[in-house]
Design a protein around this ligand. Structure first.
Ligand code: ADP
Ligand code: ADP
Ligand code: MG
Length: 660
């Protein structure tokens, strides 16, 4: 086993690797950018080396600095995590040349699977089934169009070098092909520096089922069963589970063996994932991810093995600890990815500071499914309260992983775990994930990649009325704040001057008006639906309210004008309008401002053009995604304030628009 490894990553995965290394007695070296000096992964490692600026290309992606850091600290091996340099064959080869062990597959295997098109050609030879499509070298638009027609619409255009759900376009009909191809190539060159594409038949109701494989340097290769990652938004995974609901033993074995064949075909070593798309009884190879995957914990929970430990053992030359026949599935595991994003606004990433951050009771990095005591809830995260989610890196905040004896138990634990997760400071998908986990379509187990889109209205219900309990907690928190600020109860103080009267305070939340009457024996809460007495005790942000004879407890976080109430497993945000706060805000700009810092990619209209509502006007790229800014109404594009290639700040006005 190594005595020292360098972790060439940040955030959640760097913390994950550091924890296993520590358990194995391996010293860890962190690397960090200007933005991460005070971050959790740096604190967790034994030593840390600064490698450059906040942008990944100035730090985490600079091979020279990573290698130099490893040498300077006496590291024997480099763990690349995922993203960044993990699937970079040059980096893997470079490590080898410099006498450092790359904890991953050989460069030749990364290279063979690196381009989806080349990988598909290889798999065809290994008799692994493929989705009907075109993955040839000829990239002329006319040929691609005719191939799309041969395959039959709808088709999916994919960047060969793509990943992370980026660089994909679904095309419904022949007339849309040329424009989609152009936009796909533009995104591909920006994101991956390579605009080659392939075309696949677009399956309309498929499942994403992937197989975890593991190989050592002694010729052994096993599969650790499958994960179902069908529940996605924007072709990116949201919920992952193992085993896949409804998969028969025969199919599990067939897919596992196909995955092992794929790995063997490229001389694979270490942890890898072979992704299949499944429709009806058929399964097709999609791609192989030559690294540890974000959702590896669900496999750890059902098999009882620590895959990072296996990675370190295999990389240091040990044999796999078990053979295929020893592997068993125990129970069911589910992972939810908590992202800084706004599900209500098309899952647009959000940025900000984690002003308040609490996870449910959990065991970090535990493994489930072991004889004895399986850990029910595990949290993998790379952030601490007060940390910021910036546009520099991936907006994932944490992963919640649960284990249950069966799927129903896992789902119910996940729903509780999400209900116990509190995040204030930016938008997150926590409430959305909870609705999703509790929804009929998901709990029935009949999952496919269209589940979220198809159930949109059920997953985004109209606002439900705020409960009296929630309003009482909010009122109690505001009273507690006043008391704290005044040093004593300011209302009772005033009460002293007018002994026979009580004082009323109006809390005009934008969604519901509330009055609190202060009296001798406590408070009275008057809402449009209720009139009840209450008393409370507060300990920091945690409150216990006695409402009539009902005890209610919750956490209330006051953030500017917003009152965030976490109670009964849900968050309610109440807003106290501050009359001065919005002066001067120009409503007329509508969506014509940059939703976050980013780069202008293309202007899609001409200055002076008359456009109809919804017409695409401009494309910007932010957080590795393209966002199209559309006309908020029929009107005139008076002028653009930026050109393609310009960087823009969050909130910057992008163009001048006059409504017709
Ligand atoms: P999967 O591993 O399931 O295929 P992704 O493709 O979303 O899932 O995971 C890879 C992505 O993880 C990278 O493209 C990158 O955006 C992101 N990533 C890289 N490093 C980190 C990190 N330290 N923490 C969280 N996400 C990261
Ligand atoms: P990435 O490298 O971004 O992970 P993949 O090729 O693995 O790209 O595809 C990502 C997701 O896109 C899949 O999980 C699936 O939801 C969807 N997808 C991919 N190929 C197809 C297809 N041929 N038909 C329908 N959906 C597809
Ligand atoms: Mg994929």
């Amino acid at each position: 086993m190594f005595h020292t490894i360098l972790i060439a990553n940040r955030g959640e995965i760097a913390c994950r690797v550091a924890t296993t290394a520590r358990r194995l007695g391996v010293r860890t070296v962190a690397v960090y950018s200007d933005a991460d000096a005070g971050s959790k992964h740096v604190a967790l490692c034994d030593e840390a080396v600064h490698v450059g600026g906040a942008a990944a290309r100035e730090s985490y992606l600079v091979e020279d600095r990573i290698i130099a850091a490893a040498k300077a600290t006496g590291a024997q091996a480099i763990h690349p995590g995922y993203g960044f340099l993990s699937e970079n064959e040059d980096f893997a080869a470079r490590c080898e040349k410099e006498g450092l062990v790359f904890i991953g597959p050989p460069a030749s295997a990364i290279s063979a699977m690196g381009l989806k098109s080349a990988a598909k050609a290889l798999m065809e030879k290994a008799h692994v089934p493929l989705v009907p499509g075109y993955h040839g070298a000829d990239q002329s638009p006319a040929l691609l169009q005719s191939e799309a027609e041969r395959i039959g619409f709808p088709v999916l255009i994919k960047a060969s070098a793509g990943g992370g759900g980026k660089g994909m376009r679904v095309v419904e009909k022949t007339g849309d092909f040329a424009a989609a191809l152009e936009s796909c190539k533009r995104e591909a060159i920006n994101a991956f520096g390579d605009d080659a594409v392939l075309i696949e038949k677009y399956l309309t109701r498929p499942r994403h089922v992937e197989v975890q494989v593991f190989a050592d340097t002694h010729g052994n290769c096993v599969y650790l069963f499958e994960r179902d990652c069908s529940v996605q938004r924007r072709h990116q995974k949201v919920l992952e589970e193992a085993p896949a609901p409804g998969l028969s033993e025969a199919r599990r074995k067939a897919m596992g063996e196909a995955a092992v064949a794929a790995a063997k075909a490229v001389g694979y070593v270490g942890a890898g994932t072979v992704e299949f798309i499944v429709e009806g009884d058929a399964f097709f190879f999609m791609e192989m991810n030559t690294r540890l995957q974000v959702e590896h914990p669900v496999t750890e929970m059902i098999t009882g093995f620590d895959l990072v430990e296996w990675q370190l053992r295999v990389a240091s030359g040990e044999k796999l600890p078990v053979s295929q026949g020893d592997l068993r599935i125990t129970g069911h595991s589910l992972e939810a990815r908590i992202y800084a994003e706004n599900p209500e606004k098309g899952f647009l990433p959000s940025i900000g500071t984690l002003a308040h951050l609490r996870f449910p009771p959990h065991v970090a990095f535990a493994r489930g499914g072991l004889p004895g005591e399986p850990a029910a809830v595990r949290v993998d995260s790379g952030v601490r309260p007060g940390d910021a989610i910036t546009p520099n890196y991936d907006p994932m905040i944490a992963k919640l992983i649960v284990w249950g004896h069966d799927r129903a138990e896992a789902l119910s634990r996940m729903s509780d775990a999400l209900g116990g997760t509190q995040i204030v400071g930016l938008s997150t998908n926590v409430a959305f994930l909870k609705r999703l986990v509790e929804s009929k379509p998901f709990s029935s187990g009949d999952v496919d990649t269209g589940l979220i889109a198809r159930n949109h209205s059920a997953l985004f219900p109209e606002g439900t009325p705020v409960s009296t309990e929630t309003l009482a907690l909010a009122a109690a928190a505001l009273i507690a704040r006043d008391v704290k600020q005044a040093g004593s109860d300011p209302w009772s103080h005033r009460d002293g001057f007018r002994p026979n009267s009580s004082w009323t305070r109006s809390l005009d939340f934008t969604s519901v008006p509330v009055k609190v009457v202060y009296g001798k024996a406590g408070y009275r809460l008057i809402t449009p639906r209720a009139d009840e007495r209450f008393t409370f005790t507060a300990s920091g942000e945690d409150l216990r309210v006695m409402l009539g004879s009902r005890p209610v407890s919750g956490t209330v976080v006051l953030a500017g004008e917003s009152v965030h109430v976490f109670a009964l497993g849900v968050e309610t945000v109440l807003v106290l309008p501050d009359p001065g706060a919005h002066a001067g805000q120009d409503e007329g700009k509508g969506g014509l401002v940059a939703p976050m810092p980013g780069k202008i990619v293309a202007l899609l209209a001409k200055a002076g053009a008359t456009v109809v509502k919804g017409a695409p006007l401009l494309v910007m790229e932010a957080m590795k995604m393209e966002h199209t800014i559309t006309a908020p109404a029929d009107g005139l594009v008076a002028s653009f304030l930026y050109r393609a290639g310009d960087q823009v700040a969050e909130g910057a006005a992008l163009l001048e628009f006059t409504r017709a």
